[in-house]
Design a protein around this ligand. Structure first.
Ligand SMILES: *[C@@H]1O[C@H](CO)[C@@H](O)[C@H](O)[C@H]1NC(C)=O
Ligand SMILES: *[C@@H]1O[C@H](CO)[C@@H](O)[C@H](O)[C@H]1NC(C)=O
Ligand SMILES: *[C@@H]1O[C@H](CO)[C@@H](O)[C@H](O)[C@H]1NC(C)=O
Length: 266
């Protein structure tokens, strides 16, 4: 009978189906991480561009071509942030902005300063020169201070304030150094590289570290104190800032609304 034939036929079929299904789910898993928060250099080995696209942007090639950025290039390479930048440019749509201190900027640092930094601090220093979006010269006045760099969001220790009169001059301050934005080294619609004649030094390098919060494995009795401490950590300040903006907007709307009511009352 026909019905008897089916199980015989479909057993190998079923097996191959199962097999191919499981391999395809396996191969899918690495690609499905959705958040492109691009601060880790480990993401460098991610997907290649489609074959028809133009050659990917290479930050080192750009700086070499511009010349005068030997120290910055060396730092970008030893910290592997150059690889990170190139892969961020492949993967993110918001683009990037790099403030590029030239060799004069580095040589006017206190002698031995760079060597005094450990690897993590060198990495922080370079990330502090990177904004996670493309900002054109005329758009600096649209940023709100302190501007978020890729070094993180600590408004005290990692503050970078940028002021621009809308015209040509763009001033920056970290609380340690004041810098005026120099010329444009490179720009497309994804990456902007601006020369700065001073290294942007974050306050973080100059203020005494607050004692690190107690490590996790602690008696549960101490949890009250611990949570108080973790509330004070600067991990997420973005919410506070946007709340403030919301309040401002509501205030404006309220003023506008009362104005309208008053106009009608007349
Ligand atoms: C930038 O700083 C210079 C002094 O260094 C000052 O003259 C200029 O007005 C500042 N410009 C802006 C837009 O803050
Ligand atoms: C940066 O700007 C913020 C907000 O205007 C201000 O509170 C802070 O003191 C400024 N920091 C520096 C280093 O200028
Ligand atoms: C930076 O500029 C501010 C005012 O614009 C000034 O008060 C401060 O002393 C300057 N800091 C340095 C390190 O030059």
């Amino acid at each position: 009978m026909i019905i008897n034939k089916h199980p015989l036929l479909s057993l190998p079929l079923l097996l191959t189906l199962l097999l191919s299904h499981s391999t395809s789910t396996l191969s899918q898993s690495p690609a499905s991480s959705p958040t492109p928060t691009p601060t880790t250099p480990t993401s460098s080995s991610s997907p290649a561009p489609s074959p028809s696209s133009p050659p990917p942007t290479d930050i080192i090639r750009i700086l070499k071509k511009a010349s005068g950025f030997t120290t910055l290039i060396r730092l970008l390479q030893t910290t592997q942030v150059s690889t990170q930048i190139n892969s961020q440019l492949l993967n993110s749509n918001g683009g990037l902005t790099l403030f590029a201190p030239n060799d004069n900027a580095f040589s006017s640092l206190k002698p031995g300063f760079l060597n005094s930094l450990n690897d993590q601090q060198k990495n922080e220093l370079i990330q502090f020169h990177l904004l996670p979006t493309y900002v054109s010269v005329s758009n600096f006045d649209t940023l709100s201070n302190p501007v978020r760099t890729q070094a993180g969001e600590n408004p005290d220790r990692l503050a970078l304030n940028i002021t621009s009169s809308g015209g040509n001059q763009v001033n920056m301050t970290t609380g340690i150094v004041n810098v005026t934005l120099g010329g444009t080294v490179y720009t497309d619609h994804q990456l902007a590289v601006y020369q700065v004649d001073k290294v942007l030094l974050p306050r973080d390098f100059f203020e005494a570290k607050t004692p690190a919060p107690a490590p996790a494995p602690e008696k549960s009795k101490g949890s009250k104190k611990k949570s108080a401490e973790s509330n004070a950590t600067p991990a997420d300040d973005g919410g506070v800032e946007s709340d403030a903006i919301c309040v401002k907007q509501w205030h404006v709307m309220w003023v506008f609304a009362t104005g309208l009511v008053a106009a009608f009352a007349w």
